[in-house]
Design a protein around this ligand. Structure first.
Ligand code: GDP
Ligand code: GDP
Length: 435
């Protein structure tokens, strides 16, 4: 089960404010690195070592308090389908409204856990007034202030309590889980069908008991892998905004559930900002990445086209430079199996553990050759390096003055790790520790 929190509630209760508080730190860091403007409606958060995705449904309900019920229902239903936990936000300052009751009515019928959050409880007095929301029949009321942060820790403790640590509870642990992401019409379904065409390659169809997705287990070229796909999600969206929202939600879900993302682009359109957002979302979630430029058959090409297009992609997603790129045609069955094969290889890159001796033999001479520049007259000495036992490859550099390691030097070290070992397609983390 993916860890996905959706924040629902009528307009103006403070959903976006709370959302920003949840994702603030990580998002700010990533924005700095990438310089990409991105969709603010979803983000990544962490509490007590558990990672989760947050969806702010706020931007999608327009109108005022006399908003029609159908639109509420759509919003809440989409959130219910996608999320593992719902935060239902009300306004302690304004008190209980009819619209809150409408929301509660829909939420009571969902099977997902609902946390009733009374926001704007900025003072203890206001927190006490939040008691009136017990009338909604949704159990415990959590008074918080998104502005001051009070009460949010207690709330999050409860919210993440039942979240899975990654990997546990998964009978298929160890088998690569691959999601196929991309904007509508790039060829995702055709790709899945092409794989399904190899009927004998399918081992089983598991409709998970704890997960709502259908996982299809394949065995091709001697390798096992699972394609994660969200089931029951194919109904037609009514309005354009809905389609956008729906496709974003669906991507998040599939992504959260997988180890490796194949991100499909449309060669007839080139790489667009939505594509860049999806790629960065995968990077931020520390997933393996394979880029698949599809419909390559439909492009007028010469011998330089592939090189040119590749350069263009790399420029758009800089500084991310480690993702393999394939030029494919699903309809002509060109390079589609190579793409899958590469995704499996990327998974192996992600799970490998480099021996400490191999790391030090490779990197210490590089460091000696180009040591960290001195800061304020102080010399930084890196003593040894070791890979930590984490899911995303993480390398700890033990040194005398870890706080003085600068970004460009970190970048240098990352490049050296990539030069010496194969981490193609994989985001890696570097940490600096005192020794
Ligand atoms: P949304 O429509 O539910 O996403 O609500 P917003 O996050 O846009 O917030 C609506 C208004 O409530 C804004 O003016 C916020 O500054 C304000 N607000 C949000 N959280 C709090 C809070 O904890 N205390 C107070 N006093 N105001 C808040
Ligand atoms: P999805 O929305 O991402 O699932 O995209 P579909 O698989 O439904 O494909 C959208 C359209 O693109 C269909 O008309 C496909 O036949 C077409 N298409 C998919 N892959 C290719 C390809 O490699 N080349 C060309 N020319 N068309 C393709």
């Amino acid at each position: 089960m993916a860890n996905i929190i959706a924040i629902v509630g009528r307009p103006n209760v403070g959903k976006s404010t709370f959302f920003n508080r949840l994702i603030e730190k990580r998002q700010a860091i990533m924005d700095n690195v990438s310089g990409v403007t991105r969709d603010r409606h979803y983000g990544h958060g962490e509490w007590c070592g558990k990672f989760f995705t947050v969806i702010d449904t706020g931007g999608y309900v327009v109108g005022s308090d006399d908003i029609f019920e159908e639109s509420i229902r759509d919003q809440v239903e989409l959130a219910i389908e996608e999320a593992s936990v719902l935060l239902f936000m009300v306004d302690a300052d304004a008190g209980l409204t009819d619209l809150d009751k409408d929301f509660a009515h829909v939420l009571r019928r969902s099977k997902k856990p609902v946390f009733l959050v009374a926001n704007k409880a900025d003072t203890p007095q206001k927190a006490q007034m939040a008691g009136e929301f017990y009338a909604l029949g949704l159990g415990e009321v959590y008074p918080i202030s998104s502005q001051t942060g009070s009460g949010t820790g207690e709330l999050l403790d409860e919210v993440v309590k039942d979240f899975t640590e990654e990997g546990i509870e998964d009978p298929n642990a160890g088998i690569p889980r691959i999601s196929i992401l991309g904007r509508p019409n790039v060829g995702k379904s055709s790709f899945l069908n092409a794989l399904l065409g190899k009927e004998r390659s399918i081992v089983t169809d598991i409709a998970g008991t704890t997960r709502d997705a259908i996982d299809t287990h394949y065995k091709l070229f001697g390798k096992d892998f699972i394609i994660t796909d969200t089931a029951g999600m194919r109904r037609k969206a009514k309005v354009k905004d809905d389609i956008e929202f729906y496709s974003v939600m669906r991507s998040i879900r599939a992504l959260e559930d997988s180890d490796i993302c194949i991100i499909m682009l449309d060669a007839t359109r080139g790489i667009e900002s939505q594509d860049v957002n999806i790629i960065w979302l995968a990077e931020r979630s520390r997933k393996g990445i394979v880029i698949m430029m599809n419909k390559w058959d439909a492009l007028e090409k010469d011998h330089k086209t592939a090189e040119k297009v590749k350069k263009e992609i790399l420029e758009r997603i800089a500084p991310l430079d480690y993702a393999p790129i394939f030029f494919t045609s699903v309809t002509e069955k060109q390079r589609i199996f190579q793409t899958i094969e590469k995704a499996v290889e990327v998974y192996e890159n992600r799970t490998q553990k480099i021996a400490t001796s191999a790391l030090n033999n490779a990197l210490l001479p590089e460091i000696e050759h180009y040591p960290p520049p001195a800061v304020k007259g102080k010399y930084i000495k890196i003593k040894y390096i070791t890979q930590l036992p984490t899911k995303t490859p993480t390398f700890a550099f033990f040194c005398n003055l870890p706080q003085y390691i600068q970004k460009p030097y970190e970048r240098f070290l990352e490049n050296k790790i990539r030069e010496h070992f194969s981490f193609e397609g994989i985001p890696i983390n570097l940490v600096f520790r005192k020794k």
